[in-house]
Design a protein around this ligand. Structure first.
Ligand SMILES: Nc1ncnc2c1ncn2[C@@H]1O[C@H](COP(=O)(O)OP(=O)(O)O)[C@@H](O)[C@H]1O
Ligand SMILES: [Mg+2]
Length: 255
């Protein structure tokens, strides 16, 4: 049975998209069949694998115009495909608002694809709105990328984990927490170390929820998307690539 993993965090710029594409690429590089699902109207995941200005996207599948198979396209990484997105998806947040069963739309879209992939990875927009809720409802595990330079962490994490608990007790009892990824770590800043210490303290009864591999701040990781390539293809030797390779091994043991 394939595993569906959702990458979520209500804050933007924390490494959700970067983690989704690169973890997906390393999974695919070991022969796993991977589907990336871009569920952010910004479409950053799509453009980070060179998919731009396509005619159809996940929005067309949501509104029932086409099937997912018709919209899925290959990526530069062998064994990895993507269900792309575009700005029209933002309309779905309004269109789905009053609809019954609105939280299960993505789940329905992905249902016919089960069995075709070992991993389906969903990238969410920076909010806890209806798109992210759809992601939670469709997945078996949630991974939370967390930027290592961040104030007011505690209230923020509480809110996120309360939402996840609410989802578990209503929409999706099968959802488990895959873990927290520390991203953009800069060993020269004290704040980065403080953030890690603070999160470790907050999770001291569940230390297994923190991935051991920390992703450093690495310029190559930020360059790769504009070349439309995951980091294993853009610069496999860089420290960012090696970190995501190690992290992916951890993720595959966990989810
Ligand atoms: N470890 C990293 N080192 C350097 N730049 C990074 C790193 N991770 C992400 N970035 C860059 O930071 C920006 C935000 O990352 P992104 O993955 O798009 O965050 P999100 O999807 O949470 O909004 C992007 O420009 C990305 O290329
Ligand atoms: Mg993103």
């Amino acid at each position: 049975m394939g595993q569906t993993v959702v990458f979520a965090n209500q804050k933007g710029g924390v490494g959700k998209t970067t983690s989704t594409v690169n973890i997906g690429a390393y999974m695919a590089a070991t022969g796993r069949r991977v589907l990336l699902v871009d569920f952010d109207p910004q479409g950053n995941l799509s453009s980070s694998v060179g998919v731009r200005k396509q005619e159809r996207g996940v929005y067309d599948v949501l509104i029932g115009n086409v099937s997912a198979e018709d919209v899925i396209v290959p990526t530069p990484q062998e064994n990895m495909e993507i269900l792309p997105s575009d700005l029209r998806l933002s309309g779905a947040t309004v269109e789905l608002a009053g609809v019954e069963g609105r939280d299960h739309y993505l789940k329905k879209v992905l249902k016919p694809l089960e069995g075709r992939y070992d991993y389906i990875l969903i990238d969410c927009p920076p909010s806890l709105g209806i798109l992210t809720i759809n992601g939670f409802a469709a997945a078996q595990s949630v991974i939370v990328p967390l930027q290592c330079e961040f104030f007011a962490l505690e209230g923020f994490l509480n809110m996120l984990f309360q939402t996840i608990k609410r989802i578990q007790s209503s929409l999706n009892p099968l959802l488990s927490v895959g873990g927290i990824i520390f991203t953009m770590y800069d060993s020269r800043t004290r704040l980065a170390q403080e953030v890690i210490q603070q999160v470790k303290k907050a999770f001291k009864t569940h230390p297994e929820l923190l991935f051991k591999t920390v992703i450093p701040r690495n310029i190559r990781l930020s360059e790769a998307p504009s070349h439309g390539l995951p980091i294993n293809m853009y610069d496999p030797g860089c420290v960012g690539a090696r970190s995501y390779a190690a992290l992916t091994e951890e993720v595959m043991k966990r989810v």
